[in-house]
Design a protein around this ligand. Sequence first.
Ligand SMILES: [Zn+2]
Length: 78
Amino acid sequence: MGKMKEIFIEQQEELAYRGAHDAMIHGLARQACEEFITEGETPCPNCFEVELVRNETEAECTKCGQGFVYIDNALRFK
Ligand SMILES: [Zn+2]
């Protein structure tokens, strides 16, 4: 009886640990999405250099420093 209870508690602790671990991984994944990556194709609408970096919602020109937001997949000046 006592042993069963110990095992039960261990399982609960393991589940709690895994839950925290998953949350941490998801947190890291979300952080990675927000990182800017080189766009590489679209010229900057401001200085026309292909120097844009982007994440899911925003872009920035590394040449002139102009920031943009993506609206319906089109670049808009910030
Ligand atoms: Zn630019």
